[in-house]
Design a protein around this ligand. Structure first.
Ligand SMILES: NC(=O)c1ccc[n+]([C@@H]2O[C@H](COP(=O)([O-])OP(=O)(O)OC[C@H]3O[C@@H](n4cnc5c(N)ncnc54)[C@H](OP(=O)(O)O)[C@@H]3O)[C@@H](O)[C@H]2O)c1
Length: 340
């Protein structure tokens, strides 16, 4: 089969497009999927480059988010048949392994998974839409809804709003009835964020987002006249790095910061004074549960949520897609279609 393979950690030059890689064969309890769509995530760049403490088996086919049709059913699988349209829940809760990270993923024509990882695709949901969901939308759903409890009329600031997780946070914030302030690095991205539901935008490359929030919404106050006023109720920050301390300084008293990642650095400087003085609730969120994926599929089927898809590219153009992720030249999800 055709597949994009890495044999060692490094940069985008390590991505090798192979045209005669061995086809996977379904073993006991497994199925092989003909991959129709595979969505990329920033996590694929972390896998490519290597992460402290995580040993990636080499060679590996990356690609965490997969949707397609079942092409082969292995022994012992009774609930699924060839031709079923499926999305994969990429986190194998039986082994703790992630598809495309510690087992071969979807950047190939075929992909083998345990049948317990399959999620049926409802009518009316496309392969592109389904592939866009698990990692970015699943994580955003858990962070915004289950853990974050973002509610109507809350002021919500989303940093990194233009990416996969970010666009979903904007869309879910809007669905919850929050006032959504989206921060991104270009005016073009901000214009598109307004189209998908942001009420306000901040170009945080041109302007200091902390100052802009203080100007527009006031400085958070804890004493005297106006105590409890100013700032935003919730900041979504999966960027870390230099955005961390300014994020602490825009949250109102008793507000919360939601985090699920650290694209720009996981060990930022912090400022404890703001955390205790303003009683900030810092809430971590990791991955998703199967129920989150069903909830998202329902929202898509009901046309209440349209996954934000930047573009769809053929498998051979995977290195171009990775370059776009690395250069922050992406809005929503990039989909790879290996059968084109
Ligand atoms: N814990 C979990 O289960 C989980 C699941 C999914 C994702 N994550 C994490 O969440 C983060 C976002 O993932 P994603 O797939 O949504 O990424 P993405 O699509 O690449 O979007 C990230 C956005 O962050 C902004 N950004 C700010 N500083 C950046 C930097 N130094 N490098 C790159 N982008 C930067 C960029 O927008 P601007 O150019 O507009 O600033 C970019 O579009 C990642 O750190 C990822 O590992 C965690």
């Amino acid at each position: 089969m055709k597949a994009v393979v890495i044999r060692q950690h490094g940069e985008i030059g390590e991505l090798a497009y192979e045209t005669s890689w061995p086809d996977p064969v379904a073993g006991e309890g497994e199925v092989v999927i003909a991959v129709s769509a595979c969505a990329l995530n920033y996590h694929d760049l972390f896998t490519l480059r290597g992460m402290p403490g995580i040993k990636i088996p080499m060679p590996i086919i990356m690609g965490i988010d997969v949707a397609g049709e079942i092409a082969e059913v292995g022994p012992g699988v009774s609930d699924w048949k060839v031709g079923d349209r499926v999305m994969v829940d990429p986190l194998d809760t039986e082994t703790g392994r992630l598809l495309g990270e510690r087992m071969d993923g979807g950047l190939a024509e075929y992909c083998k998974v345990g049948a317990h990882m399959l999620v049926p695709m409802p009518e009316g949901v496309s392969f592109r839409e389904a592939a866009a969901l698990p990692v970015a939308y699943g994580t955003a759903y858990r962070m915004m809804v289950t853990r974050g409890k973002v509610a109507a009329d809350e002021k919500l600031l989303v940093l990194g709003a233009s990416g996969g997780v970010g666009t979903c946070c904007v869309q879910l914030g809007r669905l919850a009835g929050a006032h959504v302030i989206a921060a991104a690095s270009t005016p073009e991205k901000l214009a598109r964020l307004a189209e998908i539901g942001a009420h306000e935008g901040i170009d945080y490359k041109a302007d200091d987002f902390m100052k802009v929030v203080h100007e527009r919404h006031g400085k958070p106050r804890v004493y005297g006249a106006g105590a409890g006023s100013g700032g935003v109720d919730v900041v979504v920050n999966f960027t870390g790095g230099e955005t961390w301390v300014p994020s602490l300084r825009v949250v109102r008293q008793g507000g919360r910061i939601l985090t699920c990642g650290a694209t720009a650095g996981f060990d930022p400087k912090t400022d404890l004074r703001y955390i205790w003085t303003f009683e900030i609730d810092i809430r971590g969120s990791n991955a998703w549960e199967r129920g989150d994926l069903f909830a998202l599929l329902d929202l898509v089927q009901e046309k209440r949520l349209a996954p934000t898809i930047d573009c769809a590219l053929p498998l051979k153009e995977t290195p171009t897609a990775f370059s776009r992720l690395a250069e922050r030249n992406v809005f929503g999800k990039i989909i790879i279609e290996s059968h084109r």
